[in-house]
Design a protein around this ligand. Structure first.
Ligand SMILES: Cc1cc2nc3c(=O)[nH]c(=O)nc-3n(C[C@H](O)[C@H](O)[C@H](O)COP(=O)(O)OP(=O)(O)OC[C@H]3O[C@@H](n4cnc5c(N)ncnc54)[C@H](O)[C@@H]3O)c2cc1C
Length: 351
């Protein structure tokens, strides 16, 4: 029987980030994952942006989370020899005077100088982007090539003999005074990072995860020189010269997780409001995001199973949330430091 600190179940963005965080801190761990074809972590555009949503509001904890994520991904690049972090400005055009007024009246500009370019060059965008009322340009935005990031994690975990590819069966778990037994080995903690598949996890009954289906397009746009991210209703991001990701849709009600043409039409309708060039659709994919009911991560344990932890609920923002919250979870695992109430899963189970 071998003794480990942690077993991580699932290696999407959440499990991969937690595994690399714990590996860097010298913990003894194992990771078990059975990847699925349409894993949201693999097909995600990987964008991170300090402003999001229809109303273009600054994201939760942006000042803490954004500097931390760039530092984290750069460190993993150096450790693995892979390249996947692309720090890029994001341009958000104003499409109407009302749109412009809403932004200037929001107070965001005064509170967000760290995240905004002083004088965006609207002419730079104008031949390709419809921006009659100008726009704003974000700093500390960009994207992570999620396939390369997961591949880098695979390499690092394989080198440390801590990754296996198989399905984890919850009935194989035995909770003891001493730790949690799984197979022949014993772990101080198991952390479930199962994405939307957590809905089948018997240790977290009635978990407040709401699956959210999203579609994403791959487009060919020849002779389109902008390498910045463009975002307004839909986003457009260059992946290789001439090849772009555009997305996404957000469906709370769906019968299956296959991509649907109506999703492609919805994305194109939004793009066509500001994109001034012809493009060709190369691919359409869909995946299911694990969103939580209050849009905050779900972390920690339930009182009945103190050694069975969860790291989930990253929703639409896996890339920006995962590094910061994996670090916080590592402090709980190593130093028993309490998790902030706003992410502790017990907030939904108390009373
Ligand atoms: C179209 C689309 C676009 C997106 N774009 C972005 C974006 O631009 N930026 C951003 O930050 N986020 C984006 N997201 C959201 C992002 O994909 C999610 O936040 C993230 O993938 C969640 O990661 P996860 O690790 O929690 O879950 P998952 O990616 O679902 O990973 C869970 C893993 O656990 C495995 N697993 C589960 N149960 C078991 C078991 N019992 N045994 C073995 N393995 C198991 C699964 O097979 C999987 O590999 C997008 C999502 C979609 C659908």
């Amino acid at each position: 029987m071998k003794r480990y600190d942690v077993l991580i179940v699932g290696r999407g963005i959440a499990g991969n980030t937690l595994a690399l965080t714990l590996l860097n801190k010298g913990l003894k761990l194992q990771v078990v994952d059975l990847p699925k074809a349409n894993s949201p972590s693999r097909l995600a555009a990987g964008l991170y942006s300090p402003f999001t949503g229809k109303k273009t509001v600054k994201t939760w904890l942006a000042e803490e989370i954004f500097p931390f994520l760039e530092q984290f991904y750069r460190h993993i690049e150096q450790m693995s020899g892979f390249s996947f972090l692309h720090i890029k400005p994001a341009y958000r055009p104003f499409l109407s005077i009302q749109d412009y007024n809403e932004w200037t009246g929001s107070g965001n500009e005064e509170n967000s100088t760290f995240f905004l370019s002083d004088n965006p060059n609207h002419e730079h965008y104008r031949p390709w982007i419809i921006n009659p009322f100008g726009g704003i340009e974000y700093k500390h935005s960009g994207y992570v090539d999620t396939v390369a990031y997961l591949d880098a994690g695979e390499k690092m975990l394989m080198e440390n003999n801590c990754l296996s590819t198989s399905f984890f069966n919850h009935t194989d778990v035995q909770e003891t005074e001493d730790g949690v037994k799984w197979g022949d080995d014993i772990y101080r903690y198991i952390v479930f990072c199962e994405g939307s598949m957590v809905l089948k996890n018997p240790f977290f009954p009635n978990i407040p995860i709401v699956p959210n289906k999203g579609e994403i397009l791959t487009l060919h746009i020849p002779d389109f020189p902008l390498t910045e991210i463009i975002t307004k209703g839909a986003f457009l991001v260059q992946k290789q010269p001439g090849i772009f990701h555009a997305g996404s849709t957000y469906h709370w009600k769906f019968d299956h997780d296959e991509p649907e043409e109506k999703g492609a039409i919805e994305i194109k309708d939004k793009l066509n409001k500001w994109l001034n060039v012809a493009y060709k659709q190369l691919n359409l994919e869909a995946g299911v995001r694990p969103a939580s009911k209050d849009r905050r991560p779900l972390m920690g344990y339930l009182n009945e199973h103190p050694r069975l932890l969860i790291f989930n609920g990253l929703g639409t923002k896996g890339i920006s949330l995962a590094p910061y919250w994996a670090e916080e979870l590592s402090k709980f695992i190593i130093h028993q430091k309490d998790l902030p109430e706003e992410v502790d899963i017990r907030r939904f189970y108390l009373n």
